[in-house]
Design a protein around this ligand. Sequence first.
Ligand code: NAI
Ligand code: MG
Length: 315
Amino acid sequence: MPPLLRGSYRRVVLALARRVVLGAGPRWSAGGSSCARDSPLGAEELRGELDRFGGVSVRLGRLDALDRLDPVAFQRALQAAVQKWRSEGRVAVWLHIPILQSRFIAPAASLGFCFHHAESDSSMLSLWLGDGPSRLPGYATHQVGVAGAVFDENTRKILVVQDRNKLKNMWKFPGGLSEPGEDIGDTAVREVFEETGIKSEFRSLLSIRQQHTHPGAFGKSDMYIICRLKPYSFTINFCQRECLKCEWMNLSDLVKTKNTTPITSRVARLLLYGYKEGFDKIDLTMEELPAVTGLFYKLYHKKLPDNYKTMTGMD
Ligand SMILES: NC(=O)C1=CN([C@@H]2O[C@H](COP(=O)(O)OP(=O)(O)OC[C@H]3O[C@@H](n4cnc5c(N)ncnc54)[C@H](O)[C@@H]3O)[C@@H](O)[C@H]2O)C=CC1
Ligand SMILES: [Mg+2]
């Protein structure tokens, strides 16, 4: 490309960038400013949406002609915009960047933006502008694993596996990681079926373990939830990739064996107690309730007698 043409091409791109990034469009304007079109690059505001806490959100994917925007022009525009938002008393800036526009991450980072989180197709950067240390909430802190303690009351047998990928082959309950949006009981039933071929249904939640800096959770914390499940198929067809062994074991043998993990042993004792004295002693049952937002959620707690559901006072 000849130098002259390159220069005019550059002016066209910059003009486009100014129109796209710096225009104070009413739908996206966080500050509502009406800046002059011929201001130098970076002197006008980047368009964003104001949130209820006084922060500004900018989604780069919603800006037209982003593909033609130069990171240097972007950095100048962002710097000017941040200055403006700071003077307006905005508390934070959120920058949503589609993965294919990741070239804008470094210019933003040079202005103090940090990663808040990343999904498969985008990253979210944030910058705290308020007083004192950042009050922005962090992103996901835990992974959730769910196991099924599948207990057959008729035979007093419990379904156990040995994990092929562990250093020590100890008996444990089949289970695995919950998928996004998946209910706890559904994870238990799915994982038990995938790992052992046994079909079951959710009965209750028995225990929750919280462990920090978990090696399998990329340094995050791990919540490991064990559910009580009732089997309705009994022929084992276990997953050879994940399990070394799988069997129906007498509950009393699982209570006695040394070849198990402390959590499995404790829950086996809990099940024995429930079996002998009534599962209501150990069960956290689940009920679906409506949220004030119009959504629904699952609530887990000890069974509440019906008369307590409507009772209004202490008498
Ligand atoms: N104390 C206990 O009895 C145990 C508790 N847990 C808990 O169970 C949950 C996780 O269950 P899992 O059965 O481990 O998960 P899972 O059943 O969801 O997945 C395990 C499988 O995922 C694959 N996988 C996992 N990490 C991988 C990696 N980095 N690279 C390639 N493939 C990989 C492997 O195929 C592995 O067999 C956690 O919450 C953990 O704390 C797990 C083992 C024992
Ligand atoms: Mg598993």
